[in-house]
Design a protein around this ligand. Structure first.
Ligand SMILES: Cc1cc2nc3c(=O)[nH]c(=O)nc-3n(C[C@H](O)[C@H](O)[C@H](O)COP(=O)(O)OP(=O)(O)OC[C@H]3O[C@@H](n4cnc5c(N)ncnc54)[C@H](O)[C@@H]3O)c2cc1C
Length: 387
């Protein structure tokens, strides 16, 4: 057993950290407040190869795994730039394409994902289905040699920045007559696809949208994979990378908040010569949060290692646990940071309260803490399903 990164991973971590620090949290907040995107940071990260670390080298990627992508997510977040689209585009879309796309789809999309010039976002959530994706109501019907898609999606991140959206729909299975999941690569400017931006209480340069699919016609090769049978495995292929990288983003955000807070409490003096951090009422909550973040990081490392070793089922358990732990730890760390900073904690300048919305959302999305507890109760503890 080893807890050390390889020298290459170490270098990647240092390099991404340096890039993140050059931009920093104030850049992230300024972009969000201006209604703009972190275009410069994304482009630079793409140019330097950080967005494609997990994409095979033959498509211009780094040939690494989710361990490397988790490092990128964590270090940018630890620099105050938690980019949710890293979870959607390189983690979900690139993995799904690499594992289940056709040769043609891989050649067409992966190089652009690797250098950051292209983003593909992911749409599964629906107003009527929510956490229960078995109830998905977006349906794809054959239309000549193509497909016609109809349905509604909600909270879809980054549609305004992406060239394609990977839509999870259902198709009729000719052998059983039942509906089964299928994924479609739909251009964001397709006729019949419209969107409206949701107002979210999250300070972020990345936006969420309602998507309306009204008779969206796509050609046969928009169906992800060689056949309809690719749908279910492709859908599951995206889940572990999603959970692991979103957990890494949470852990990085937690580290960022604790670092900001510790710097402040070590130097702030309001009772004579002692820093406020010398009072255990201040330092213990911070230390407690640091322990929770570090525990989450261990689980992320385990999940990523299992995933990269091809041990998908075990990675599923570890990835869910990592996501749960990191979501809770990030929320605790940011809330604690706000508290120990006092009034400064609520200012924009000190850059911690700006993360409250994001870490709160991290306990709901992309999979809620309750659905993870359901998963653990059923699959680890052998309990009956209640729903
Ligand atoms: C910032 C943000 C970005 C997002 N980006 C995307 C995206 O890019 N693409 C996408 O497809 N989706 C996205 N989502 C949607 C996200 O995945 C969903 O919000 C999440 O899966 C929960 O679904 P829901 O909101 O419909 O909640 P619901 O399913 O309505 O659940 C509401 C509450 O009930 C609880 N609950 C539901 N069922 C059970 C049960 N059986 N047992 C116990 N508790 C239960 C849930 O845990 C939750 O607390 C995003 C959401 C947010 C907030």
């Amino acid at each position: 057993m080893t807890f050390d990164l390889t020298p290459e991973q170490d270098q990647l971590r240092d390099a991404v950290r340096a890039l993140g620090r050059r931009y920093g949290h104030s850049y992230f907040v300024e972009k969000a407040r201006a209604g703009e995107h972190t275009t410069e940071l994304w482009a630079e990260a793409g140019r330097l190869g950080y967005l494609g670390v997990n994409i095979p080298t033959e498509y211009g990627g780094g040939g690494g795994g989710i361990t490397e992508l988790a490092i990128v997510c964590e270090e940018l977040a630890a620099a105050g730039c938690p980019l949710l689209l890293l979870v959607v585009s390189p983690a979900i879309a690139a993995t799904v394409l690499s594992r289940h796309g056709t040769d043609e789809q891989r050649k067409r999309h992966l190089p652009g994902l690797a250098d950051g010039s292209q983003k593909i976002v992911f749409a599964i959530t629906e107003p009527e289905a929510g956490s229960n994706f078995h109830r998905l109501g977006t349906v794809a019907r054959r239309d000549g040699d193509g497909w016609l898609l109809n349905g509604r999606k909600c909270y879809i991140s980054g549609v305004d920045e992406a060239g394609h959206v990977l839509v999870v729909a259902r198709t009729e299975d000719s052998s059983t007559g039942k509906l089964k999941p299928a994924l479609f690569l739909v251009p964001t400017d397709a006729a019949g696809l419209t969107r409206s931006k949701l107002d979210m209480e999250i300070v972020s340069p990345e936006n969420q949208f309602l998507l309306y699919l009204d008779d969206v016609r796509v050609p046969a090769d928009a169906l992800l994979g060689e056949s309809l049978d690719a749908g279910l495995p492709a859908l599951f292929a995206g889940l572990n990378p999603e959970r692991i990288t979103v957990a890494a983003m949470g852990a990085g955000t937690g580290r960022y908040a604790i670092e900001r807070a510790s710097e402040y409490t070590a130097t702030r003096k309001v009772w004579g010569g002692r820093s406020i951090g010398s009072h255990q009422g201040v330092s213990h909550p911070l230390a407690h949060a640091a322990v929770q973040v570090e525990l989450a990081r261990l689980m992320i490392q385990k999940a990523a290692t299992l995933y990269d070793a091809g041990r998908d089922l075990e990675a599923g358990v570890a990835g869910n646990m990592a996501k749960y732990a990191a979501g809770e730890a990030a929320a605790l760390a940011v809330d604690t940071a706000v508290q120990v900073l006092g009034g400064a904690g609520m200012t924009t300048e000190y850059g911690v309260a700006t993360l409250l919305g994001a870490v709160r959302a991290g306990r709901i999305a992309p999979v809620s803490r309750e659905m993870i507890l359901n998963f653990v109760a059923q699959h680890v503890l052998g309990q009956d399903k209640s729903y």
